[in-house]
Design a protein around this ligand. Sequence first.
Ligand code: ATP
Ligand code: MG
Length: 214
Amino acid sequence: MITIALSKGRIFEETAPLLAAAGIHAAEDPEASRKLIIETNRPDVRLIIVRATDVPTYVQYGAADLGIAGKDVLDEHGGDGLYQPIDLQIAKCKMMVAVREDFDYFGSIRSGARLKVVTKYVKTAREHFAAKGMHVDLIKLYGSMELGPLVGLADVIVDLVSTGGTLRANKLKAVEEVGDISSRLVVNQASLKLNRDKLQPIMDAFQTAIAKNK
Ligand code: ATP
Ligand code: MG
């Protein structure tokens, strides 16, 4: 049995066409079903539906053979025990630094101010500011980072941005790019050795489908 770990929402929606290219079709819509294990048309392939941030953990420990996770999530996880062979080019966005519209980010940096940062991505943020030689205080949040600078919790947020609509709606502006984000296929390394005959055709079908979309 091959187990593929996915999250609901954007990742499932954008992965479904890639799975279809590999001849894998979910028997149920995870959005409508409460089931956490979803059968497919293939008796030897099943999907498990987990939180986006938990996908690397399931694959790392071999509870799933394959998984699909954002680079944001993988960078925070660290990637131990995971092979990351394919950039699936889905769920694309950017990791950005953003501040209040009236905040002078570059002026504060020049004056050597110690900035307070709220983010869900503590490791990514720490590495970004360390590479710039900036000293910052990091505060971990689990959502709605945009609120932080509006109520004085922080000067800066580090978060994913796609259209910028949420930033604008909250009178924030993006001031710096941390990096490009897209989702990656992750593979359990031991499972790949053991099940290459089943996993390689799935990986090949994904590669071909991505190349066609370009
Ligand atoms: P939840 O929203 O349930 O708290 P989550 O934010 O971890 O969980 P999603 O919003 O489905 O889950 O995001 C899953 C992945 O999709 C993220 O890890 C990221 O890689 C990508 N992503 C997040 N927001 C966007 C966006 N606005 N545009 C494109 N891709 C995004
Ligand atoms: Mg989300």
